[in-house]
Ligand binder design. Sequence first.
Ligand code: IVH
Length: 670
Amino acid sequence: MTKKADAAKRIEELREQIRRHDSLYYVENRPEISDAEYDRLVRELRALEEEYPDLVTPASPTQRVAGEPVDVFASVEHKVTMLSLDNATDAGELREFEGRLRRALPGVEFNYVCEPKVDGLGVALLYERGRFVRGATRGDGRVGEDITQNLRTIKSIPLTLRGKLAGLEELEVRGEVYMPRAAFSKLNLELEEAGESTFANPRNAAAGAVRQKDPAVTARRPLDIFLYHVSHAAPFPFKTHWEALEGLKAGGFKTNLKAKRCRDLEAVTVYCQTLEAERDALGYDADGVVVKVNSLEQQRRLGATAHHPRWAIAYKFAARQGTTRVLKIEINVGKTGALTPTALLEPVELAGVTVSRASLHNEDEVRKKDIRIGDTVLIERAGDVIPYVVQVVASKRPADAEPFRMPTRCPVCGARAYRPEGEAIWRCTNAACPAQLKERLLHFGSRRAMDIEHLGEAVVGQLVDKELVRDFADLYHLTVAELAGLERLAEKSAQNLINAIQASKSRGLARLLNGLGIRYVGERAAQLLAASFASMERLEKAREDEVAQIYGIGPQIAQSVVRFFAEEANRRTIARLRQAGVLLREEGIAEGPRRLTGKILVLTGGLKSMTRDEAKDLIIKLGGRVTGSVSKKTDYVVAGEEPGSKADDARRLGVPTLDEAEFLKLVGKG
Ligand code: IVH
């Protein structure tokens, strides 16, 4: 074989492996290899493709982000019009829906499939002979916009299909692009830190990303998709909607795990009520349930009106929108000095929760929506996210309402506020601003950080205002006498607070690092840093590349950590914490190589002596790593009671399996 033929063969192998791991990671949520191993495969493929550019094909996993930015999206006509859905808001309207079905097809039994109605953007994906060739927005239902390049960047969209679907001449599938809530919060935090405008909700963030003119920007946005409908296939391979969902899954598409078959309307109603009760725990925004007749033959016979199919209905969850009035716009000062406008509202109830304030995020957001004091506004509460203003009800604006203007001074300390060039956030310039200090102290004492009970807003406010506390270390020098002088704090409570502060000294490095409020270092990063460095001394001296090497710590965190310790004032605070007797080590972690350094473990089944989280923490503390599935790289599989299929995987791959006693011995607790 020629060198090029060898390369072509290897390229195909690598693509196949990468596709498989993409699917395991992005679609099935059960990766088999580490990020580093995955990166190695991609790097090898890129190198070969660079050497042989004529072997590059659009379906190669390296080509997800491809193509130049566009000025306008081309129009595409959908194979089948994308209709909208009729709505039901209660059990009665669901019964009316079934009544209509019965009248249309007398004497027929109906089965249903229920799925969450994900609040994202409907899209249509077109495949030809198993290759992704075009993706489009819904548009007006008949004609949408060609957003193929952007959709290609979503890793859970397969570029090539597997199995039966791969052989179809043509296949058009529908689905919903969305941004998971956790990814949305993280994105907003990053945007805010970078001084850019944030998004009001995951839907807006997803919509913005999907309609980006530059696919490279879309690629950096954490989008995902659920596929829920086969709108066209030649030849058509399914008899029921449920089969279609299973077929989509087998073809490599991501379908919603919550989808369920319901034998009758009673089961449908239960599903709707259960999902509504669980909606905040879903991980993504859902605004209802889509109920579909399962038989495709029945669907065909039922047909559609001009607007919606007769075989489906959207059961809408209780509205979390309402209108109220803006009484005042207050400026809050955060722990990094960011000035955030917040609307104080006339209290209004939204699906069981009374709302009296809404974050307005930043100046641009207020300007864009032109929110003024006295305005009547439409507000929405989405999941556990803080309520936000959707829009102003223009017709109800009082004649004398004036446009909002950001103050040019910090409302708390009076120092000059500024808005850095190109950023959306105004900041107080005074590092010693009491408002910032209050926020930082509250975070320091919070449950997931130093866990100082009784250190609430009222106390912190007075400690800062009376200048009893200027930095974290001052807390540890407070006396009962000083505290007893504070308002609403009896001697007994003062003593309790002192005890709580003293008790916090031994929380350990991970919680302390979280409490310090280092930019980008939250609970998880703090734990990883503590597990790797074991002591503050070692972390203080670490170089950026050493920090960045830690599994799970990115370059942004590493840079921020090193910058934090380069700051004289921060080093002084830490020295004072040390003098005060605060523990600057993570107990149970030896400095230098540890028992499990570099080892990869997989846990399956239950342990008697600890919970799974405790076992994980222990392994990380000992320098090891826990992954979700077994591969040849796994060092040990710990099989507790009723182990799952991972124990079989271990046997098949020849990975040693440990029972609980052996595991305890390994971690030094035997
Ligand atoms: S089925 C003919 N299933 O809701 C098939 N739609 O008004 C119609 N949606 O724009 C769509 N989750 O974007 C269907 N599981 C789901 C859905 C879903 C969200 C959206 C879809 C459509 C709108 C219907």
